[in-house]
Design a protein around this ligand. Sequence first.
Ligand code: PXP
Length: 242
Amino acid sequence: MPRLHVNIDHVATVRQARLAQEPDPVLAAGLCELAGANGITVHLREDQRHIQERDVRLLSQTVKTMLNLEIAWTEPMIDLACELKPAQVCIVPEKREELTTEGGLDVSAYMDSLPAGIKRLHEAGVEVSLFIDPLPEAIEDSARCGADYVELHTGSYANASGKNKENELKRLETAANYAHEMGLRVNAGHGLDYENVLPVAQLPWIEELNIGYAIVCRAVYIGLDQAVREMQDRILAAAPPE
Ligand code: PXP
């Protein structure tokens, strides 16, 4: 059964709406952990539109579970990750004009720099995940460049309906099996919510689910503690009966 990593970017989105101090994602991370989150995920975008470098610096000292830092594949971001040493970095594609990460990383476009950069991160004690669409070529390239994990982009599954949703789930299953066969560990995330998480949690080999928006939305109504606990309950339902 996968572990729940709560992405707290949108706590920072609310704070940045007023360029103020509250709500503080550092405090929110602690509350998520007290509610049973197994890890904390943040995306430090180059434009720092939500999470700030200050947040990552503090979280790298305060998170008790594990910190997963999402970054674009740029030299300054790699330098920061090597300095702060989160347990894991997840490399994501980044476009200034997008509302959220739109697609998986084009791993083939970075094959010149990924092996050496991943080696650097490994030497700093950081595990590396690549956020990819569930495609065989992306999985093969991820294995070739030495990544530890792939995070399968579940956005197409989340946005689909009816027969298309079943097909997207099948694509995720095939990708999870193939990634495992290629020696990669497997995470998943994007667009997961209380209604669609269970079939993904039941897929083979998935170790971590990164879930943000749905939890922060629900937290506005019922509080962060309860919102995290309810998501954990949905994921727990994926456990096989004893
Ligand atoms: N995984 C990755 C790599 C992401 O970029 C994001 C969004 O920041 C998520 C998971 C979480 O997506 P959501 O906020 O839709 O749950």
